[in-house]
Design a binder for this molecule. Sequence first.
Ligand SMILES: Nc1ncnc2c1ncn2[C@@H]1O[C@H](COP(=O)(O)OP(=O)(O)OP(=O)(O)O)[C@@H](O)[C@H]1O
Length: 356
Amino acid sequence: MFCCGRGFGRKERGKKQPTWRVFSLKELHAATNNFNYDNKLGEGGFGSVYWGQLWDGSQIAVKRLKVWSNKADMEFAVEVEILARVRHKNLLSLRGYCAEGQERLIVYDYMPNLSLLSHLHGQHSAECLLDWNRRMNIAIGSAEGIAYLHHHATPHIIHRDIKASNVLVDSDFQAQVADFGFAKLIPDGATHVTTRVKGTLGYLAPEYAMLGKASESCDVYSFGILLLELASGKKPIEKLSSTMKRTVTDWALPLACERKFDELADPKLNGKYAEDELKRVVFVALLCAHSRPERRPTMLEVVELLKGESKEKLAQLENDELFKTSQAPEYNDGTSAAEESSDFISEEKDEKQDSK
Ligand SMILES: Nc1ncnc2c1ncn2[C@@H]1O[C@H](COP(=O)(O)OP(=O)(O)OP(=O)(O)O)[C@@H](O)[C@H]1O
């Protein structure tokens, strides 16, 4: 089904040198000290991820499928297929894969600074390594990676699981968008695909959560939530009491309308941020997370707005109706008072493509 390859479209801007190969199970056992518990970096829906070192000294992260099943094998094939065809400076590169017997493993470059989640809310959060410049670079870099998937990859790709644990940070604190296992390839001419709802609550666009309509604008919504998280240090859903929850958008919109940016900024920044940039990030984020998909910008527009390239478009953004008075009730996606026992959705629906 697969062979070692060099991807395609090598001439396109922003791409890295594509090279990947098939690894033997023996080589991966040697690299990870037999998948030693001490080498374990984390665990996701697919299985565990281990740190390893190859004979040439290079460091790798090996994702090992938990339990073999036809469904898991499909997800494995989707991730390998997608990773093999995309190469961009802000998308996590595939080093290779291994499929021997019932073992399925994916090999990536190791990201020494782990995920955005670990910096914002996890093991790195106390170190406060994410100053404002780094946050801005991560915001722009991850937007460029997603814009590449939406607008330059052929066929176009919807990620479907944009969230803080899927944005990894390399040694230069540049963003690497990861975890393409849920991604969907969009055939030419299709506006969206109706599909199984998969993703993480708090990041799910309302039309996707309710109707299973996946399109690029669902990723834009999730990216908006991620931007708010990056700027404010708040989680997508905050627990206010045992029965009440508040989404980060419900919290941020009234503050943005009142231009209270000092209250929106992550307290860990200690007031050290560029106010015009923070303002930009918050306005872009809230427009991305609009409940009506047609009001959301494209990822190409998001990149342009975050970079502040067009003063005219920034002025338009700031004067958007959304920021005139608090629109919280209309804007609300309905999750604020929801009672969820799990923050992960996996609901089967018929898969059908919808072209217009
Ligand atoms: N290339 C990598 N370099 C460093 N750490 C990694 C790498 N890939 C994954 N990790 C770590 O392993 C953890 C598990 O990753 P994985 O993608 O399997 O799951 P997840 O994104 O946390 O959850 P889910 O599968 O539900 O999306 C991540 O949170 C991350 O910290």
